[in-house]
Design a protein around this ligand. Structure first.
Ligand code: GTP
Ligand code: MG
Length: 159
């Protein structure tokens, strides 16, 4: 089953949105398989956002991510990557729909701002998810388990 890497950014932590954000993933039926609370180091964010390293806003983005603690997580489920991107909403706060995490909790997008405050990160493809999970978690920090709710979320196990 598919896994995605999600990280609550320093603004999400400071604004005390951690519980609310986690609840949205739980409500959707995704399953938590890894979570930690850390103050990330600059070199980790440089690796994490490596594909944006030649963009003008890159130093600002790295600085923003280092400004406070973050909550890296791994969520598992059917189409976990795509479904999580929908839960997050668009990158720019001006465009993201109400009902999404960014749509409900962020106001300053990044179109005219060097870093923005968009509360949360989510992997943009299955390949990036694998790379990001390996960057932030060791193998034994990702837990294999079967949720008691599984058969009420997926029909495939029906007899
Ligand atoms: P993440 O989930 O954080 O990866 O956001 P995203 O996938 O929606 O966007 P992307 O990976 O393209 O960019 C990563 C982060 O860089 C965004 O969340 C923004 O904080 C910032 N960013 C992206 N594009 C721009 C831009 O055009 N200008 C500025 N200033 N910042 C940007
Ligand atoms: Mg991205």
């Amino acid at each position: 089953r598919e896994r995605t890497f999600i990280m609550i950014k320093p603004d999400g932590v400071h604004r005390a949105l951690v519980g609310k954000i986690i609840k949205r993933f739980e409500n959707k039926g995704l399953k938590l398989v890894a979570l930690k609370f850390i103050w990330g180091k600059e070199d980790m964010f440089k690796k994490h956002y490596a594909d944006l390293s030649n963009r003008k806003f890159f130093p600002h983005l790295v600085k923003y991510m280092c400004r406070g603690p973050v909550v890296p997580m791994v969520w598992e489920g059917l189409h976990a990557v795509e479904i999580s991107r929908v839960l997050l909403g668009q990158t720019c706060s001006e465009e993201c729909e109400p009902g999404t995490i960014r749509g409900d909790f962020s106001i300053q997008g990044n179109r005219n701002h060097p870093m923005g405050r968009n509360v949360i990160h989510g992997s943009d493809s299955v390949e990036s998810a694998k790379r990001e999970i390996d960057l932030w978690f060791t193998k034994d920090e990702v837990v294999d388990w079967k949720s008691a709710m599984h058969t009420w979320i997926y029909e495939e196990d029906d007899d």
